[in-house]
Write a protein that binds this ligand. Structure first.
Ligand code: SF4
Ligand code: SF4
Length: 433
C-alpha cells in the first residue's frame, strides 16, 4: 500500500525534560507522567535533539517552522541545551526557511542570562500566571508547598528588561474563576500582558492520570463558571482593549465569525496536528493524551513524518468530529465551538448520548453572549475597517441608552420597549443589581 503523505505542517510539543518540574502545581496534568518512564533520567540527549531537529524541519513543507518547548519545566535542561538546539536549527534549516521557537515556562528560573538568550534568538515565551498573588498561589506551589508568585514575577521582570516577547497563560480554575475582572485587569495593568490565553482546568479525578472516568477534582472549573469568567473579561475588553490586548479565545471567535478557521485545535472541526514528544523520542497523539494507547511510536524507529501521517493519528484527529453527539451537531454555536477538546468530553447529553463537553454550558452562554459584537467586528473586518471600531459603537449606544433612561419615572413605560412599567422591568431592584 502506498504511504500516505504527511500533512504540509504540524506542531510537536517537545518535552526535553519529560514531566520533571521544579514546582508542584496541584492541577498539573503532566507530573503524573513520570510513572510512564520508571528509572529514566528524563533528559533528552543531544543526539536525539539533532535528529529531531533534522526530521522536524525536513517534514515541514511551509516557509516557517516553530519549535515548541514544554514540560514539565523545559528550562531545567539548562541554557546549553537550547544553545545547541538553535545551532542545530541553523544547521538543518532549508534555504529561505524561517525558524522560530516558543517555550512555555513557569517563569521561576528565568534570570538575565536566560532572558538575554531568548531575546537574541527571538524566542516567544509563554509564562503561566493565574492572576494576582492570592489567586495565583492557590494551586501554583513548589515542592515544599510554598507560594511561587514572587519568583514568577522576577522572571517576568527579567523578560521585560530584555524586551523578550511573551504571552501569559492563565489556567481558569475553581479558585480564580469567580474573579474575571480582577484576573484580567491584573494581567493587563500589573503584568503588562498583551497576549493572554485562558485555559480551563478540567482535571479528571482518578489514579491513572489518564483521560478516563467522568469524576473531576474540586479544582476543576465548571462550565457555568467558565462561561461567566469569559463573559466578564469580554465585556471589559470589548469596551476598552480591542486591538490593544489580544485574548486568544476572542481572536478565535472573531476568526469563526469571519468565516475563517479558528486556528486553535480545541475549536477546529478535526484535530491531530498538534502532537507531543517525550524526552526519549516517544511521540503521542497530543499533549493531553500522553498515555500508552495514544503512543504512535518512537521517532528513532519510525520517522516523525510517518508517525504524523499514520492511520492511528489520522483517526485520532477525525474522531474529534465523528464522535460529536447530535446535540453538538445541531447546536447554533457549533461553527465556533465544534464540541471543544475531546479530553473534556466527559458528559452525556440530556438524551443520553456520550461525548458532551464538560464546559458546554459555558461555551454556549459565552458564544451566544458575544454574537452581536462579533457580528459587528466581523463586518468591520470585511469592510476593511478595524474591528476596534466596536468600542466607539458601544460607547455611543450606551450613552444613548443612559440618555433615554435619565428622567424615567418608576411608573413610566420602560424605555427598553418591553411594554412593562419601568419599575417592573429595567428599573426593578433585581435588574439594577
Ligand atoms: S485532543 Fe484537544 S488539545 Fe489535543 S489536539 Fe485535539 S483538540 Fe487539541
Ligand atoms: S456549545 Fe455545547 S452543544 Fe454547542 S457545540 Fe459546544 S459543546 Fe456542543
Amino acid at each position: 500500500m502506498p504511504k500516505r503523505p504527511s500533512p504540509p505542517a504540524f506542531h510537536v510539543m517537545v518535552k526535553p525534560r519529560g514531566p520533571i518540574c521544579n514546582l508542584d502545581c496541584e492541577y498539573c496534568y503532566f507530573l503524573s507522567k513520570e510513572r510512564l518512564y520508571p528509572d529514566s533520567d528524563f533528559r533528552m540527549s543531544v543526539t536525539l535533539l539533532e535528529e529531531y531537529t533534522r526530521q522536524y524541519i525536513e517534514a515541514q513543507r511551509v516557509p516557517e517552522v516553530t519549535f515548541a518547548w514544554q514540560g514539565g519545566e523545559p528550562t531545567l535542561m539548562g541554557l546549553d541545551f537550547f544553545r545547541r538546539a538553535v545551532g542545530y536549527q541553523q544547521k538543518h534549516k532549508k534555504p529561505g526557511m524561517r525558524v522560530t521557537n516558543a517555550l512555555q515556562t513557569n517563569g521561576t528560573l528565568i534570570d538575565d542570562e536566560w532572558a538575554a538568550f531568548f531575546r537574541d534568538n527571538g524566542f516567544l515565551i509563554g509564562v503561566s500566571i493565574d492572576g494576582p498573588p492570592h489567586l495565583h498561589d492557590a494551586y501554583r506551589r513548589d515542592k515544599g508547598g510554598r507560594p511561587t508568585f514572587e519568583r514568577v514575577l522576577r522572571g517576568v521582570e527579567a523578560l521585560k528588561r530584555h524586551r523578550v516577547e511573551f504571552n501569559v497563560l492563565t489556567c481558569v480554575n475553581a479558585a480564580n474563576a469567580p474573579y474575571p475582572l480582577e484576573v484580567y485587569r491584573f494581567l493587563r495593568d500589573e503584568i503588562g500582558a498583551q497576549f493572554i490565553q485562558f485555559i480551563p482546568i478540567v482535571e479528571r479525578d482518578n489514579d491513572t492520570g489518564f483521560q478516563e472516568g467522568s469524576a473531576v477534582t474540586a479544582r476543576t472549573v465548571t462550565g457555568e463558571q467558565y462561561g461567566r469568567f469569559l463573559t466578564g473579561v469580554f465585556d471589559e475588553w470589548v469596551r476598552r482593549d480591542v486591538g490593544r490586548v489580544f485574548v486568544q479565545i476572542f481572536d478565535v471567535a472573531l476568526a469563526a465569525w469571519s468565516g475563517q478557521r479558528p486556528g486553535l485545535c480545541v475549536f477546529e472541526e478535526t484535530c491531530g496536528l498538534a502532537l507531543a514528544m517525550e524526552h526519549n523520542g516517544d511521540v503521542y497523539s497530543c499533549d493531553h493524551f500522553v498515555e500508552p494507547r495514544h503512543k504512535l511510536g518512537n521517532m528513532n524507529v519510525i520517522p516523525l513524518a510517518d508517525l504524523v501521517a499514520s492511520d492511528q493519528q489520522r483517526q485520532f484527529g477525525l474522531d474529534k468530529r465523528d464522535t460529536l453527539p447530535r446535540m453538538c451537531r445541531e447546536c447554533e454555536v457549533r461553527f465556533v465551538c465544534n464540541g471543544g477538546c475531546p479530553k473534556n468530553r466527559l458528559l452525556t447529553t440530556p438524551d443520553g448520548e456520550p461525548g458532551l463537553n464538560f464546559l458546554c454550558a459555558g461555551y454556549k452562554a459565552f458564544f451566544t453572549h458575544i454574537d452581536r459584537p462579533m457580528q459587528f467586528m466581523a463586518a468591520e473586518l470585511r469592510a476593511g475597517r478595524p474591528p476596534a471600531n466596536i468600542m466607539l459603537a458601544l460607547a455611543r449606544e450606551e450613552a444613548e441608552r443612559a440618555r433615554r433612561f435619565a428622567n424615567v419615572g418608576r411608573n413610566d413605560p420602560c424605555p427598553c420597549g418591553s411594554g412593562r412599567k419601568y419599575k417592573n422591568c429595567c428599573g426593578s431592584p433585581a435588574r439594577r443589581h
